[in-house]
Design a protein around this ligand. Sequence first.
Ligand SMILES: Nc1ncnc2c1ncn2[C@@H]1O[C@H](COP(=O)(O)OP(=O)(O)O)[C@@H](O)[C@H]1O
Ligand SMILES: [Mg+2]
Length: 259
Amino acid sequence: MTAVLDVKGISKRFGGLAAVDNASFTVEEHTITSLIGPNGAGKTTAFNIVSGFLKPDFGKVTFAGQSIEHLEPHDIYRLGMARTFQDPRVFQEMSVLDNVMVGVRQKGETPFWAIVRGAEVNSQWKAARERAEKILESVGLLARANEAASALSFGEQRFLSIARALVGEPRIVLLDEPTVGLDRGTFGQLVELMKNLVSKERKTILLIEHNMDVVMSISDKVVLMMQGTTVASGTPAEVRSHRSMVEAYLGKRHVAASQ
Ligand SMILES: Nc1ncnc2c1ncn2[C@@H]1O[C@H](COP(=O)(O)OP(=O)(O)O)[C@@H](O)[C@H]1O
Ligand SMILES: [Mg+2]
């Protein structure tokens, strides 16, 4: 399998704190890789480095064969990497559809060319709108397209933020704790959506997830981070049996007791 994303030895300090400390992992195309670890382990900081929102102090990030650790987020987005944040971050006053259309615009051409090219752009715009509607349908929000985003529940806003990430047709999607705060129904829908994105849409997912049932059931690979470092990586079964995993989630006493 090809590694579409290769993260090698990334580090990031905030003052005296090593938030990410020599972390390395790969993500293979058309798979789900889950980044797990206790709060404060450096998972979100690693996401921020990979997606260009933070520059690493050290290390390399290669996406689809290209070095990206020096690029800005919008350049990385154009290369085919989209992400969501821990909070949904939707534009509350905008309609649901417009929230998704903003993503089309970010991916698209500059306003100058949009004006010069007139009619052709109108047809592009129409195509983009159709794509946005199709994506809203896939996340179950098409019927709400013309409502303000503020009218959506927290869980629906989470789906909207995922729709926004998907509309640029990314090759890889980075999801930061997408299941947090969802009720049972939306939780199940999201797990299905993630599975479908990989099996039907041929996407690649890098996921930060704290729900171990989700991690163990949908991941092809699990990467365990502790104190800024990647300490174990493998199939769910391999990582589950890893000493560091038991330490991270159950405490050292349990390791001692079970050895
Ligand atoms: N912008 C920042 N400035 C200072 N410290 C930060 C910043 N972002 C994260 N940290 C710290 O870095 C560590 C790792 O945080 P984070 O990457 O958010 O962990 P995780 O997502 O695994 O919970 C934590 O101790 C956190 O407080
Ligand atoms: Mg986090």
